[in-house]
Design a protein around this ligand. Structure first.
Ligand code: 13P
Ligand code: SF4
Length: 325
């Protein structure tokens, strides 16, 4: 029988995977055996979403991680999401299918640079998007996600300057809505930065009546054209409830799996990137595969391990967010 070894990040599994294995069945078996739960973000491959116990946006996934009674959390998402699950569950085993599944926003905001930036505004409040490292979370007064950023920033006293990191597009979107004194870290998401205003305009002309649904990480020029701006769950719910039937979706196309499942009679078109590439797909999210989900449950590796002091410091602004959401 032919076997193959899969290269996985972190402490790689030494044992090969039998290609005859039914990975879905094995994952179901391992979940029971290990009292494990699989949490998946909408940007994961559809086959990963289909074995997940819970699929959601980053706020819902944090809430699910905070509530779970499972002994093992397999977090099918990117590193900062699994790290958040570990911060909320220090005594549980948290595994991620690929430890190298990062995020351009998180890596574009190193903690030492954010600390130096914050020091220039001693009176300000630092609000960080959850797409950042635990070290940046530890420096922050509040953590927010795309679904609660407006609500949380609105609760900060009006006389306070808000430093917002690391996504300038989400920060700019909130700033416009609330008219606050805000200073924005100049970070962007490599995926949401690629959508083409020109091609979206062309598609809207070709298919009149199509609504543009956009994630707030998109550039301002795309957000201004959008009929709805919201988190991944917000986009999904808007499309389900709308009496319209055609939608252009300006976020990572993994979300289309749940959209077509929930509303099979409606048409969803992934908004195109400017270049002729698949760069509207998140290369970090796509590092996770079904085989790696299976291996992470089989071997309980790679695990999220964190220094206790960092974990405790990062937890404070996350708990504030969960209380205010
Ligand atoms: P959501 O909060 O909408 O899940 O977004 C997370 C993310 O990484 C978007 O790129
Ligand atoms: Fe990070 Fe962008 Fe990927 Fe979301 S889509 S995980 S913000 S790189």
């Amino acid at each position: 029988m032919m076997t193959r070894s899969l290269p996985i990040a972190g402490r790689a599994s030494a044992l090969p995977v039998d290609p005859a294995l039914d990975l879905e069945d094995e994952i179901v078996r391992l979940k029971k055996e290990r009292n494990a739960v699989v949490l998946a973000h909408y940007y994961q491959d559809s086959e990963i979403q289909d074995v997940a116990d819970f699929i959601g946006d980053s706020l819902q996934l944090s809430q699910a991680a905070a509530k779970t009674k499972a002994d093992v959390i397999c977090f099918a998402g990117v590193h900062f999401m699994a790290e958040t699950a570990k911060i909320l569950n220090p005594d549980r085993i948290v595994v991620i299918p690929d430890l190298e599944a990062g995020c351009s926003l998180a890596s574009g905001a190193p903690a030492d640079k954010v600390a130096a930036w914050k020091a220039r505004y001693p009176e300000a409040v630092l609000v960080s998007y959850i797409n950042c490292s635990a070290a940046v979370k530890a420096l922050s007064d509040y953590i927010v996600t795309s679904s609660n950023a407006e609500k949380i920033v609105a609760q900060i006293p009006a006389d306070k300057t808000v430093l917002f990191a690391p996504d300038k597009n989400l920060g700019g979107f909130i700033n416009k809505k609330l008219g606050r004194k805000m200073v924005l870290w100049q970070g962007t998401c490599i995926v949401h930065d690629t959508f083409s205003e020109r091609k979206i305009e062309g598609l809207k002309l070709r298919y009149p009546g199509t609504l543009l649904l956009a994630h707030p990480e998109c550039e301002d020029v795309v957000l201004r054209m959008a009929d709805y701006v919201g988190s991944t769950t917000g986009i999904l719910n808007y499309a389900i409830k709308s009496d319209k039937t055609e939608f252009l979706v300006a976020t990572e196309p993994g979300i289309l799996h749940q959209m077509t499942k929930a509303a099979p009679a409606k048409t969803f078109i992934a908004a195109p990137p400017e270049a002729n590439c698949a760069c509207n797909e998140c290369p970090h999210m796509k590092k996770n595969t079904l085989e790696k989900v299976y291996l992470s449950l089989r071997d309980l590796e790679p695990r999220l391990e964190m220094d206790e002091a960092l974990r405790n410091a990062a937890r404070v602004p996350i708990d504030r967010m969960l209380a205010l959401s």
